[in-house]
Design a protein around this ligand. Structure first.
Ligand SMILES: [Zn+2]
Length: 50
């Protein structure tokens, strides 16, 4: 199982996103739905786990 640890820039919570595709090294932030904010926010990518 591959997943990313993301941290929302709005609420600062860290959470896990399961992904089925590899992360590009230059990828350091992601605009994605935050389950805590319940809206799309910018996230920092903390960790990439395979
Ligand atoms: Zn959030």
């Amino acid at each position: 199982m591959t997943y990313w640890i993301l941290r929302c820039r709005s609420c600062r919570k860290e959470w896990k996103l399961n992904v089925s595709y590899p992360l590009k090294k230059e990828f350091t932030k992601l605009y994605h739905y935050c389950p805590f904010c319940r809206k799309n926010t910018f996230h920092d990518i903390i960790e990439y786990v395979e």
